[in-house]
Design a protein. Structure first.
Length: 97
């Protein structure tokens, strides 16, 4: 297991995000088309991804690679994981912790 702390204010280009995440530019473009990411910029050459996108793209890449999930399925799985995180945070707040 490896960890890396990335400042959320950092921005990545499509090429940079591909290099640091292990996902191909084509995979990233498909994930953007599925709504997994909402980069700044008009098109792939101008796209800028936030530092927070790195964790999300690594998770998406693992889902696609390890579980053979297609891009729409990855988008759904990530949405469900986000919902689980939000519910856990709500429960934690409700219990004062």
């Amino acid at each position: 297991m490896q960890g890396q702390i990335v400042d959320e204010d950092v921005e990545f280009t499509l090429i940079e995000l591909s290099r640091v995440s292990g996902a191909s530019e084509e995979e990233l473009t498909l994930l953007v088309s599925e709504g997994v990411f909402d980069p700044k910029g008009a098109g792939p050459q101008e796209w800028r991804f936030s530092g927070a996108s790195l964790r999300r793209v690594r998770t998406a890449h693992r889902l696609a690679r390890d579980l053979q999930i297609n891009p729409p399925g990855v988008a759904l799985a990530l949405d469900l994981l986000d919902e689980i995180d939000a519910l856990r945070a709500r429960v934690k707040r409700a219990h004062g912790g």
